[in-house]
Design a protein around this ligand. Sequence first.
Ligand code: SF4
Length: 360
Amino acid sequence: MSERIDPWGSTQIKDYEHLFKEFGINKITEEQKKFFDHRLFRRNIVVGHRDLDKLIEALKNKKPCYCMSGIASSGKLHFGHKAILDLHILFKKKGAKLFTGIADIDGFVSRQKISSLEEAQKYAEDNLTHALALGIEPEDIFVQSNMNKRYYSLVFEMSKHVTNAEMKAVYGDIDFGKVSANFLQYADILHPQLFEKPMIGTVPVSFDQDPHVRLTRDLAKRLPYKMIPPGAVYPLHQSGLKEGKKMSSSEPETAIYLSDTPQEAADKLKRAFTGGRDTEQEQRKSGGRPEICKIYEMYRYHMEDEKKLSELYKNCKSGKMLCGECKKICIEFVTKFLEEHQKKFKKMQPIAKKLIYGKS
Ligand code: SF4
């Protein structure tokens, strides 16, 4: 029986293998990893794709291609979002044109907790400032509420090409707010091909966003613009700091937010679930379990230095290092990042304001 994925849910997907088979997602190959030569590919964090070879072909031949992904303006950004934005920057470095969408209308209409567009725009401003501080450039940004008429006519045009039954089969019973947000998402993904020219694109998304990708690929074929069905790359979610949870924008204990003070981050890391053993003696004897440890996961997702990462792994596995010492290293690593990032954040605030409201 086919599994339905909930793009708005907060539970962690457990059976990724099943998703590959069920929805025809391909596994990342060694050649693809080699081409991108980036920690998120090397460390098997980006694990799946659709049509990535077509994008690589375009990049190799310097043909137009693009990378698009949106940030729903409904909460604070955390380290899991940073990993996705790091992927955007990688695609731009490789030669793809970047379209980073600030989905303020989507955030407002698809989330009950957001009571007004103004509230969504507050998140949009915050999220956009973080994206700029991480290295996304102003020319790569588009803001849904500032798009032109052609974008909105595309949104409405697409609604003619999807039936109610199809929407229900893909998403189940969803409210009209989510339905309208879906059409905005499809337009976000496809408008670069309308505004520029038909070209291969990729959408870096977590597996739970795949329903949007599937329907957008179908729409590309149904619309009268000779669009190329966009591909996608699927990184695994960085899991939450607590056992069995996703990093969530609305559950502070599960995530380190990019706006956390170093003290807040340190307190959360101290309480994080680890792969440590019950006693020091046992850990010295049997070693830790980095494969289930949230502290090690933080290193794996965000530490550039391969040598340092493998040293931490070895020291954990051999029992040479205990969790207390390891957490201290992680706190230093995260503190350094947050301090530098938050300085950049301050500098980017006027630029973000201008992009959202037209004035700083
Ligand atoms: Fe995790 Fe570090 Fe403990 Fe190993 S030593 S289980 S990586 S916290």
